[in-house]
Design a protein around this ligand. Sequence first.
Ligand code: ZN
Ligand code: CU
Length: 483
Amino acid sequence: MEHLSYDVIIHGGWIVDGTGEPRYRADIGIIDQKIFAIGDLNVHYAAAAHLIDAHQRVVAPGFIDVHGHDDLMFVARPGLEWKTSQGVTTVIVGNCGVSAAPRPIAGNVAAALALLGDTPLFGSFSAYFAQLEAIRPMINVAALVGHANLRLSAMSDPVADPNPQEQQTMETLLDQALRAGAIGLSTGLAYAPGGNAKTAELLGLVRVAAKHGAIHTSHIRNEADDVEAAVDEVLSLGHEAGCATVISHHKCMMPANWGRTVRTLANFDGFRNQGIKAAMDVYPYNASSTILIPERSDLIEDIKITWSEPHPECAGAYLSDLAARWQCSRREAAERLTPAGAIYFAMEEADVQRVLSHPCCMVGSDGLPDDENPHPRLWGTFPRVLRKYVRQTQLLTLEHAVAKMTSLPASVFGLSGRGKVKVGMHADIVVFDPDTVQDRATWESPTLRSAGIDHVLVNGVEVHASTPPIRPGHVLKRSTSLR
Ligand code: ZN
Ligand code: CU
């Protein structure tokens, strides 16, 4: 250790290394964006430009949010405080079938694109990545290619069946995006126009992903009465094409379907036993959020508005109250509010816990940063897992929870060199207090920062305390060395 000069030393913390192994006490020395040494670094003699005192703290790999919609926020609001304040150092964007590229042909629109905000889309993934690299991302980012974008870019009528030429165009666009470094394909089969796709179309696209060794993720066709068939559909595609597959934000909505995760998870295990590489993610809340879908107003009792284009003043209000105020039906109130976003209270806590504790389940926020009055998962997901499911209910051990947020996603998404505190890994690190870490965002005050996250390092540079001089994130591109 003589005369070594570190960029950063993290001194005296408990290392929870991301593998699930028990914590241990050690110092960490960082040089040139990577973890150079772990052990007793004799800090009274070693030199460091930046010394972080981590006594009584846990030192873990930075959290990987596997389900983000921050694609265009890297451009519009590059500080990304809703991520850094939770200890998230990498996000996967391009989920639910919608991504920053490719841009739809003129005249083609889809309501689900509102999940991304109103920043203009990019013509291609190479243009998108070039822009991200030029402005430098605050945290690391990897991107999926949205299936809706492919339809909207390739089809003159995006809700029809693709003709052979259009199918070919979609496959070519996907191939180009994967060559540019996108890590996979995402579908949003519960939304138009993705939901118009039949098996042949999807299989053709998933085969392109498989050819590149890329991944396939899906917001499945149905998360209520037909949830089992919907899970089987995407896992069958993965099986047929030989493509690693992720079920996004797995849930069973509506009281009649509560408890059905017992069966969906058993079916999931059945596919895994046949050799398909499958995983899933979940956010730790029993309410969901997406665009406001008026048909749901007759099915779901509690609906909270997150934004509305014609009625921005209604963000944060409940649909029933608005219907009463306007003296109309809930359905009609919903029609008046669209385009809009909503939170749907229609899940059971036992299902959330069953999914979260499955060994193949990762954590994804599904946060919607453009929403006026967002679902609190945007600001609270990761500290909430540590508070509610580790410290309070003890559903997971700390080591187990951290693994679901770090090494498991790194291996599922092929993010090499990340997700573990080991020598040689990129220095994405979070330091937190295991006794006080907690989400503070609530349904009423959804943008309150979490507490107990003390330090966040992205590629060896601390981002939490103040904005670093240069944003330290990297664009993580798929490469043949990834898997
Ligand atoms: Zn989704
Ligand atoms: Cu999503």
